[in-house]
Design a binder for this molecule. Structure first.
Ligand SMILES: *Cc1c(COP(=O)(O)O)cnc(C)c1O
Length: 431
């Protein structure tokens, strides 16, 4: 296959044989038939691979997972029913009660709750660190029971670019993997595995689907982390699983160990399986991801430049903007572009921010980003409203922050809509 991700978007994951359908078939089935109970038993023991029940694996889902795996340059991948499920599985696959995670504080609000509230209830502790922390601060966050480091390649909604080298070096010094949520740049703009990241997750709900139609997630494992070298830390990977007659994932499944365990145990028990139809639709939408991302990024840059020059706007965050605090990291890790999401400050307090949003005509107010249609959100009033002011600050979400997800419309129309709403709230800019 090609080394170009935009080609893999179109061609990856499915190679039909002679006379087979050009597009992948939708296998809309719960179960798969066998003629021998002996073979069925081997499937249940994981001693033979094959489909038997869609809660664990489905061929349509696997076709799309294989495409995303190729796009990320990974060794194995799986789809989940949401991005939340992907991040939960990626962490819980290697963290037990009594374990600990080090996570960047600048992450998606839903992931922050997952780690800070729900996983704590399950007995998994976490220390949050600023993505801008010093090496010493990062070092101090580790504990003997730390099992994973987590961050987002571009944080939603703070738009902070993760310093992969800093986080990967620290994780590997402590013998734990670095897990990165790569939802915002997508593998079209950034392939974290090339920078030392071990496991990559996605909310495919966002750019990968890109049309506001399918909630979904994905986990891609690089296959690079050596579980056996840290066997005492990861007994679930390196000692026999009695629920499968004693398989040892890290020994029996090579580079597919992490994904096989997550499928065999977590999918089996939690069942966060995507519908084959949803996966198929998202897989179709992946074919245009390369061209869509290019347009999203070009629109975001034009909008960011326009707003930066507008005296009514307090500040603009966009790592693609020269002069942005994270521009140098973006240039290093995602030189072809970042994402289509920008954030900016609207002065005057909650009421002015709300009035500005209410005056937008084409740009819709939606709890969503990374959609073909431009949309806008006020995080401090919605997704992040349960956070304290201090937590808001740590997550990089100020009280005046507006998040704008630039769609793939003509950029002149996006800019015109923003200007008329600013005119309505603050009056026109005096010449
Ligand atoms: C949306 C999002 C998620 C959660 O994905 P869902 O599909 O909504 O569960 C996780 N991480 C990031 C960065 C996101 O933007």
């Amino acid at each position: 296959m090609s080394e170009h991700v935009d080609t893999i978007c179109v061609q990856g994951g499915y190679q039909p044989g002679n006379g087979e359908s050009r597009t992948p078939p939708i296998i809309q089935a719960t179960t798969f038939k066998y003629t021998s109970s002996e073979q069925m038993s081997r499937l249940f023991d994981l001693s033979e691979s094959g489909y038997f029940y869609t809660r664990l694996q489905n061929p349509t889902n696997d076709t799309v997972a294989a495409k995303i795996c190729e796009m990320e340059g990974g060794a194995a991948a799986m789809l989940t029913s949401s991005g939340q499920a992907a991040n939960f599985f990626a962490l819980f696959n290697i963290c037990n009660e009594g374990d600990h995670i080090v996570a960047s504080s600048a992450i998606y609000g839903g992931t922050f709750n997952l780690i800070n509230v729900t996983m704590r209830k399950m007995g998994v502790a976490c220390t949050f660190v600023s993505p801008d922390c010093t090496d010493a601060e990062l070092e101090a966050a580790f504990q003997p029971n730390t099992k994973a480091v987590f961050g987002e390649s571009i944080a939603n909604p703070a738009l902070i670019v993760l310093d992969f080298a800093k986080f990967a070096d620290a994780a590997h010094r402590h013998g734990v993997p670095l897990i990165v949520d790569n939802t915002f740049p997508t593998p079209v703009n950034c392939r974290p595995i090339e920078f030392g990241v071990d496991i990559v997750t996605h909310a495919t709900t966002k750019y990968m689907d890109g049309h506001g139609s399918c909630v979904g997630g994905a986990i891609v494992d690089s296959g690079n982390f050596d579980w056996m070298a840290h066997a005492e830390k990861y007994p679930g990977m390196t000692t026999p699983d009695d629920s499968y007659h004693g398989v040892v994932y890290a020994k029996d499944f090579g580079k597919a160990a992490f994904i096989t365990k997550a499928t065999a145990q977590l999918m089996r028990d939690f069942g966060s399986t995507p519908s084959p139809v949803n996966s198929w639709i998202m897989g179709m939408h992946l074919e245009s991801l390369g061209v869509r991302i290019e347009r999203h990024c070009a629109n975001a840059l034009a909008v960011a430049e326009t707003l930066q020059a507008d005296p009514r706007i307090s500040w603009v965050n966009f790592p693609g903007l020269p002069g942005d605090k994270y521009h140098a990291l973006a240039e290093k890790y995602m030189p072809n572009g970042t994402c289509g999401v920008i954030s900016f400050g609207v002065p005057g307090g909650r009421e002015k921010v709300s009035a500005f949003l209410d005056h937008l005509k084409m740009i819709s107010i939606a709890t969503h980003v990374a959609d073909a249609r431009s949309c806008v959100l006020y995080p401090a009033g919605t997704t992040h409203r349960q956070l304290t002011e201090q937590q808001l600050e740590e997550a990089g979400v100020g009280i005046d922050l507006v998040r704008l997800s630039c769609g793939i419309e003509n950029q002149d129309d996006i800019i015109a809509d923003l200007k008329q709403a600013l005119d309505a709230v603050f009056g026109p800019v005096k010449a």
